[in-house]
Design a protein. Structure first.
Length: 229
């Protein structure tokens, strides 16, 4: 099992991506070098969402500081931007299932408040219909669910991003709101501190990636500041 063999050498492979084929034999099963559409540039990504979750878990348990260093290192290397986003998402999932306190602000009224998650357990879901219990943190098994990265009943959804510009498919949000049966869905954009000060209300997309003007009574946008520590 490549993940069971994963160690600090995989971090070194990502930092030295131009010689990644010289790393341990299992590294190519964990990280992939993918060509951009113009075939002139490449990006590095984990092989799948499952792989990114399991690698994060293993590296986090073995050496937390190495994991934090890698997330911060990726911030300055464009070719590793996808890896940074994947690791940041896993970091956020862990943090939102903890008792940490987070700084949040409304992207509509500019009100601010402190938020402490109340999570009793977490579950992976295939279908929205399986979501229901309050205080259970739900994560989609597939990245085909594009609108949010996690859901916390009775009325919260989270979208992790390392960018100040992150449009969201509104149809997915409507489906989440319908399943939760809440009056208003509270959508949090979870961002690193360096993004938090500049993030503004995000655009909603229809299926054609054109701007969708949503009823303001259905979804309220917030930002949550995630310090990497």
């Amino acid at each position: 099992n490549a993940i069971s063999l994963c160690d600090k050498s995989v971090i070194e492979c990502m930092k030295n991506y131009d010689t990644v084929d010289e790393g341990k034999k299992h590294s190519h099963k964990i990280i992939h070098i993918l060509p951009k559409t113009d075939c002139q540039k490449v990006s590095i990504e984990f092989a799948s969402p499952f792989v990114s979750r399991e690698v994060f878990k293993k590296l986090e348990n073995s050496n937390h500081s190495d994991m934090i260093d890698l997330i911060n290192y990726c911030a300055g290397v464009p070719i590793l931007s996808a890896v940074r986003g994947q690791l940041f998402e896993q970091y956020v999932h862990n943090a939102l299932c903890s008792t940490r306190k987070f700084e949040t602000k409304s992207l509509e009224s500019r009100d601010s408040e402190q938020y402490t998650p109340t999570v009793n357990s977490f579950e992976l879901f295939k279908e929205l219909s399986s979501i229901g219990s309050n205080d259970v943190y739900y994560m989609p098994q597939s990245k085909n669910f594009k609108s949010v990265d996690s859901i916390l009943p009775p009325n919260m959804a989270f979208q992790m991003t390392v960018s100040s510009n992150h449009p969201v498919y509104y149809s997915g949000l409507k489906s989440v709101k319908k399943q939760l049966n809440c009056e208003k869905l509270k959508l949090y954009f979870v961002v690193p501190r360096e993004i938090y000060g500049n993030i503004r209300k995000q655009t909603y997309w229809n299926q054609q990636k054109s701007t969708y003007k949503s009823p303001t009574s259905e979804v309220e946008q917030w930002a949550l500041c995630m310090d990497i520590m």
